[in-house]
Design a protein. Structure first.
Length: 550
């Protein structure tokens, strides 16, 4: 047998064809999971819709490979010479296409990095039931008729029936241990109506959908408040948020509880076990001396960021400055990377001020995030004892028309409304700091709007802007950079003249310094005289330490 004949014999071998069909069926699942999690640049570099074309080509290839494989299994040895040549050519082309598509998908997964690859994995797990159903349908339509042995047919049917029964059981009763993911995160709700913020949103996450409530005593009365809207208790989410008056929680104890909800019917429903937390003793933040933990841009790296935080020392409250994950495609991403992380670092006993990072504006779940955290807006004013904290939301970091956003962004108008609100604030003489995920607040293309924002900050007496976003660590005192630890020239946000023009000091907290392979967490200590800043890294080294007066 010649090399050519051996090659075509290998290509038309039943085992080879079965492997080819499996690869061809798996390739679109892998590709779809990777594309929905990241890799927008593929369309950006080539043309919009390129990945859609590749996906449907993969689907067609999966169909062709399955049919060719089925033909070989059912009609092997019944070929004419011409039919053999046609079949060998199609099989070879199909094998090559399947290999290329699989390599393409693996390359996408390999280049996603540790941020997006786990999310692609979650997407594949979510697609597993429908994928198995499709593969089973293909098998019974094309391959099962070729199984002639009666015992083998019975074994196949029994195996598939067993898998289907297990799948049905797991669909009805998902095999998840129902538990709290962490302590709650008590979010200080910012106010945009000109009054003093007087509410907390108590947020916690469970390992599966269910109800949520908070329970505590205040002034001789017992309170049990559910995560509910208009009397209807929410039972279909992992993240639960309940708004309570600040005075009820400051210096008080509370606990949270939940009941697992498997399914809600038109009448009734199917529920699971109930769980209740330990008692948390909430301290609040008040008085002249307050220390805030400042954490930015942790990008799913929870363990290393928490290790860095362990070197920061004691703190009374937490500033979560945004960019928890590459995007929020699913609820469990927000549950793990925002709520769980916030609960771990605050212990459920310290208030948290949360800022939305630009990466939290991306993904299907991004629009659900405000409601999940019990927030009306991602900007506003928070009063913490003697101090006024202005929370700003810089939104996305590219123009709304950028292909990365899929024509679903209108942050230009959003930032205009936010700056107009900022300009409406009065200088009431309070000691004031400003928080913004990006130090630019607005885009470079929105220079006039950015100028207005910084002018308003100066007018209301803002003593410091604290930010992240850049994955750098430095302090600008309003006229020059006086502490420069991690700063990389050539980045898009290096226009220090913008900040110096108003004389407003700017502190950029590093977070995950990917260009240096380091992690940074900061403390911001407020007292009657001024502000003290300290930054530590993963090894516990103090990288930056400085202070300024009000």
């Amino acid at each position: 047998m010649s090399k050519k004949e051996k090659f075509f014999a290998f290509m038309s071998n039943r085992v080879t064809l079965a492997v080819e069909a499996a690869v061809a069926l798996f390739a679109p699942v892998l590709f779809y999971s990777c594309r929905t999690s990241a890799h927008a640049f593929v369309d950006i570099v080539l043309f919009d819709g390129f990945t859609q074309i590749i996906f449907w080509l993969m689907i067609l290839e999966a169909g062709l490979a399955s049919v060719l494989c089925a033909i070989a299994w059912r009609y092997e040895g019944e070929w004419t010479d011409k039919g053999r040549r046609v079949y060998d050519g199609l099989a070879t082309a199909s094998f090559a296409a399947a290999a290329v598509f699989l390599i393409f998908g693996i390359a996408m997964l390999a280049t996603m990095g540790r941020e997006s690859a786990p999310i692609a994995g979650r997407s594949m797990v979510r697609l597993l039931p429908i994928s198995l159903a499709i593969w089973a349908a293909v098998f019974f339509a094309l391959f099962f008729p070729a199984v002639k042995n009666k015992k083998a047919r019975i074994a196949v049917v029994a195996s598939v029936a067993g898998v289907c029964l297990l799948g049905l059981l797991f669909a009805v009763y998902p095999p998840v241990h129902y538990r709290f993911l962490s302590a709650p995160i008590v979010v200080a709700v910012a106010d945009t109506e000109g009054g003093v913020s007087d509410e907390y949103s108590v947020v916690f996450a469970t390992s599966a959908p269910g109800t949520g409530y908070i329970e505590y005593d205040y002034n001789g009365e017992h309170y049990k408040i559910y995560d509910a809207e208009g009397g209807k208790i929410e039972g279909g989410s992992m993240i639960h948020s309940i708004t309570v008056p600040r005075e009820h929680l400051d210096g008080n104890s509370y606990k949270v509880g939940s009941m697992r909800v498997f399914e809600v019917y038109g009448y009734g429903g199917r529920n699971g076990r109930s769980i209740e937390s330990e008692t948390y003793h909430f301290k609040g933040a008040s008085g002249e001396e307050q220390t805030y933990l400042c954490v930015s841009d942790w990008h799913v790296r929870l363990a290393r960021m928490k290790e860095t935080i362990s070197h920061a020392g004691d703190y009374d409250a937490v500033l979560l400055m945004g960019d928890a994950a590459p995007a929020l495609q699913y609820e469990d991403e927000a549950a793990h990377y925002i709520v769980k992380f916030g609960g771990d670092v605050s212990g459920g006993e310290k208030p948290v001020i949360y800022l939305r990072g630009n990466h939290e504006t991306r993904g299907a779940y991004a629009s659900e995030l405000p409601g999940a955290l019990g927030l009306n807006e991602f900007y506003g004013e928070v009063r913490m004892g003697d101090y006024r904290i202005i929370v700003l939301d810089s939104g996305e970091d590219k123009v709304d028309s950028h292909p990365e956003y899929g024509s679903l962004s209108d942050y230009g108008a959003y930032r205009v409304a936010m700056v107009e609100w900022l300009e409406s604030l009065e200088n009431d003489g309070s000691k004031t700091i400003v928080l913004s995920h990006s130090p630019s607040i607005c885009l470079d293309s929105e220079e006039e709007l950015r100028d207005r924002a910084y002018a308003a900050i100066e007018r209301i007496g803002g003593s410091l802007v604290i930010s992240g976003h850049l994955h750098e660590l430095y302090f600008n005192n309003g006229s020059e950079i006086v502490n420069e630890v991690y700063r990389f020239t050539g980045d898009d946000y290096e226009d220090d003249a913008t900040y110096n023009a108003y004389g407003v000091p700017v502190y950029v907290d590093g977070g995950f310094i990917h260009k240096a392979g380091d992690f940074v967490a900061s403390t911001v200590a407020l007292n009657a005289n001024g502000i003290a800043l300290k930054a530590v890294n993963l090894e516990g080294d103090v990288l930056l330490e400085t202070s300024l007066t009000w």
